[in-house]
Design a protein around this ligand. Structure first.
Ligand code: ADP
Ligand code: MG
Length: 371
């Protein structure tokens, strides 16, 4: 594998000398990848990005850009494009002057700037808007201009911090696909910050899930979703039913779990734990089958659990059933519309079934204890 374009080596950051907002961060970013830093507000994403951009200084550790310590590279040699949530276009300049700005500060001639600005406007699908002022554009158009300005000087690295956060849902989803296409086409390395899990899953080659200044998991989107490595990631990404239990037996990463209400089910362990450990079991709503009391669901090897149907909600493309189980009053199952006929009347017993690999057991955290 080629040398990572960026390496964070033992990076720590404190603003007040007391609290570490980024802790012992080791992260290699591969050339050409789309990496997303995903996490709740305050988890240290922007701080991490700002240290890479050179706007904040790490308290400890070193960031390497193409093998060279960033602290020794002056900003104009860093070749990093940036896009922020609030666009940060210069209001007094025209669109063309805004896009051309990174080129003029690099001493490129007027004729070439004009050409490259035209190409950049085409690239973000806003040809012919060069003479306007930012205030004459919609929010979505302004953000496209900000993207064009970040890409126009062909940087090796583009950093984006919640760039679509101010746009409405439809425009945001359209822009997500556009930015992803631009990434594919240009082959540039992109590091993208968001607190929106759907955005992260849609756009990324890899996702680094942040919580309390630490990376909880760094993985491809499907693995982050299907195989969360701890209880925080399972809670933060996607929907998730939680059941408390105790590990009864462990065999490699397979385990048996004694749930509240005494049912014994099989599951898989995200990380090694000893028998006897208190665990939180996580089950995605779409991985659970549901049926009336007769065994009409689940194949051999599936785990089964009996409950009572509380509510069925019709959502057009799927149905959601809410089921009361021992230890979880509000267990949610998500099924295709065609499965609705398997459901008995409200208030009747139901059976749930799932494959053991979709039942993941984690070490219990304080946040898992019901209040
Ligand atoms: P995120 O982008 O994930 O929301 P930030 O990196 O902005 O997180 O913030 C991480 C923590 O650092 C937060 O507790 C925030 O209040 C604090 N913080 C961020 N910037 C500063 C600053 N310039 N001075 C002091 N504290 C800051
Ligand atoms: Mg932020």
């Amino acid at each position: 594998m080629s040398e990572p374009i960026v390496r964070f080596v033992g990076i720590g950051k404190t603003y007040d000398g007391v609290t570490r907002v980024v802790e012992r961060l080791d992260l290699d970013i591969e050339r050409g990848e789309f990496l997303t830093l995903l996490g709740p507000s305050g988890s240290g994403k922007t701080t991490t990005l700002m240290m890479l951009a050179g706007f904040e200084t790490p308290t400890e550790g070193e960031i390497l850009l193409e093998g060279k310590p960033l602290s020794k590279l002056p900003p104009y040699r860093r070749s990093i494009g940036m896009v922020f949530q609030n666009y940060a276009l210069f209001p007094h300049m025209t669109v063309a002057q805004n896009i051309g700005f990174p080129l003029s500060v690099r001493g490129i001639g007027a004729a070439e700037i004009a050409q490259r600005v035209e190409r950049a406007l085409d690239m973000v699908q806003l040809p012919g808007l060069g003479a306007r002022k930012p205030a004459q554009l919609s929010g979505g158009q302004q953000q496209r201009i900000a993207v064009a300005r970040a890409l126009v000087f062909e940087p090796k690295l583009v950093l984006m911090d919640e760039p679509l956060g101010a746009l409405d849902k439809q425009l945001r989803e359209q822009m997500q696909l556009e930015v992803r296409r631009l990434h594919r086409r240009l082959g540039v390395t992109m590091i993208y910050v968001t607190h929106d899990q759907h955005e992260a899953l849609t756009m990324s080659d890899r996702i680094a899930v942040f919580h309390r200044g630490r990376i909880q998991q760094l993985d491809r989107p499907e693995r982050i979703y299907e195989q969360p490595s701890n209880a925080f990631v399972a809670r933060f990404i996607g929907e998730n039913n939680r059941l408390l239990g105790r590990l009864e037996g462990v065999d490699g990463n397979r385990c048996t779990i004694r749930l509240a209400g005494d049912a014994l089910v099989e599951g898989s362990l995200a990380a090694p734990l000893p028998a006897g450990a208190q665990v939180m079991v996580s089950l995605r709503p779409e991985r659970v089958q549901i049926g009336g009391a007769a065994p009409t669901i689940g194949a051999n090897g599936h785990c089964r659990l009996a409950g009572r149907l509380r509510e069925v909600i019709y959502l057009g493309d799927h149905v959601r059933a809410r089921v009361a189980l021992p230890g979880n009053d509000d267990f949610t199952v998500k099924r295709p519309i065609d499965d609705a006929h398997r459901l008995p009347a409200i208030g009747q017993p139901v059976e749930l079934a799932w494959a053991p690999e979709h039942c993941r057991a984690f070490a219990r955290e304080d946040a898992d204890i019901p209040t």
